[in-house]
Design a protein around this ligand. Structure first.
Ligand code: ZN
Length: 273
């Protein structure tokens, strides 16, 4: 079954939503004229997504199709962007969550939203990972990995998984390559804020819709994965949504949201009040 969404950021609907030129086939991307948020209006619901479009299948197919679609001139632009990016990546450590985890997490349970196989770097030894994952196959594979490290995994969609946790029972969160997939990002962030203790940090990584590569590549930008990616955040819309759901930005510098990078990194913290 396909959903029909209003703007996930400000809940505006109807004529305040304009069809975005990056819509593809049956997948309709909309831009909210009230707040500027770009999103997939008609994503599959969780059950359909799991049954017909599991991420572990569709991402490989789309990568291959994208690779074959490059023209010669596009390859020149891509290699130029890659050149700039490799320079900047020597300055910014690619494996950022390792150092960020050590810097911002102290102890206790760290919730990993849409945890996949637990593709995390080392965290401080006093931290334990609590993964939430919807995919049957991934949970089966990930459970022994999490448990061998003293953590555990909840098999559920992220919103239900968070709702099953007690208030103020967790001490941090990893939100990596997840928020772009979530049909209810504001509700999830609000629920995450409830389960975190005050001042707990969350580390986010997600595609940056405002990056140069999206402007150059258009529909072929690697950030467009339909119907997997249902939200297209810019630094501004990310900042706004985090603020509305009880978080304050801790670290979101120019280097964390470079126009040459497809992804952006952000560290936020649950506000005290
Ligand atoms: Zn909106």
């Amino acid at each position: 079954m396909l959903l029909s969404r209003t703007c996930p950021a400000c809940k505006t609907g109807g004529t305040q939503l304009r069809k975005n030129r990056y819509s593809q086939g049956d997948w309709v991307l909309k831009e909210c004229l009230s707040c500027g948020f770009v999103f997939l209006e008609n994503p599959p619901d969780y059950a359909t997504l799991q049954g017909q479009f599991p991420w572990e299948n569709t991402s490989g197919i789309q990568n291959e199709a994208r690779r074959k679609s490059y023209s010669r001139s596009e390859n020149v632009v891509r290699s130029a962007i890659r050149g700039v990016r490799s320079l900047t990546n020597t300055v910014i450590r690619r494996n950022k969550h390792v150092s960020l985890g050590y810097r911002y997490f102290r102890q206790g349970w760290i919730v990993d939203l849409g945890c996949g196989l637990g593709n995390f770097g080392p965290l401080p030894p006093s931290c334990k990972l609590l993964g939430i994952e919807i995919s049957n196959q991934i949970v089966a594979d990930a459970r022994p990995i999490f448990e061998s490290r003293g953590g555990r995994i909840i098999h559920a969609d992220v919103l239900s998984g968070l709702q099953s946790l007690e208030a103020a029972s967790c001490d941090g969160a990893l939100v990596e390559s997840y928020l772009e997939h979530e049909v209810q990002p504001a509700e999830v962030l609000r629920e995450l804020s409830r389960v975190l203790r005050a001042k707990s940090a969350i580390i986010l990584k997600l595609p940056n819709y405002a990056c140069w590569n999206r402007r150059v590549r258009g529909k072929k930008w690697c950030g467009f994965r339909l119907p997997d990616h249902v939200n297209y955040f810019t630094p501004n819309t990310l900042r706004t949504m985090l603020g509305q759901q009880g978080f304050e930005i801790v670290k979101f510098t120019f280097l964390d949201r470079l126009w040459t990078n497809d992804n952006m990194w952000c560290v936020a913290r649950k506000r005290e009040h």
